[in-house]
Design a protein around this ligand. Sequence first.
Ligand code: DHB
Ligand code: MG
Length: 233
Amino acid sequence: WSAVDKYNWSHLHAGNTKPDPDMLEKVLQSSTDGGLPPIAVSPAHGKFLQIQARLMGAKNIMEVGMLGGYSTIWLASSSPDAKVTSIEIDEDFAALAKKHFGWAGVEKQIEVKVGSAMSEMPKLVEEVKAGKREKIDLAFIDANKPNNLEYFNWCVEMARPGACIIIDNVVRMGRVVDPSAFEDPNVAGTRRAIEAIGKDSRVDATILQMVGDKSYDGFLTAIVKRDASGSSH
Ligand code: DHB
Ligand code: MG
């Protein structure tokens, strides 16, 4: 899987494609050197997120779980007009990410919220409801898995009709359907989110299973229905 990812990357993200591949590599190396866990999205997944943002013409992007800012750089690079609000609980990770944003030249496009998403997101929802913050076009949720459903629901509350919400790590080597893993809080949190999202009349969603540098995992992609804006059920 990694060999195929490497082959694809060498052809599809070469030459003068943005962001600069050497800079991206430097960001990953710096994250490793800084002691961050090696769990950023893969280059292929990062570029998928960037293309998704470009397809939508996304201006307001929400990220939950910034880590070293690798996916954040991909999202911000979708357009000079894109603004990413990203939440990170670890202040050392956030400081390192800010350095990386400078390397990528996207620091002016990113608003970093250092804190727990459980406390930061309700504040952002209130700002959106008060008209002090624009509704989001696209969200990427990639933080601690037990709270995935709360994060998702807050994203829906902040979203414009037709917005897209993506959740990382919803397959986890198939553990999502392995009964011996159901008590793992990460698996339980993912299952709780999938099952609630399926019943949520505000959204439509699908999951794509994926293999590659991140082994065997998947993204959940949801669209906020265009006829359900402002609904609170
Ligand atoms: C883990 C978290 C992630 O977001 C990911 O993409 C891979 C692994 C983890 O916590 O192990
Ligand atoms: Mg992840």
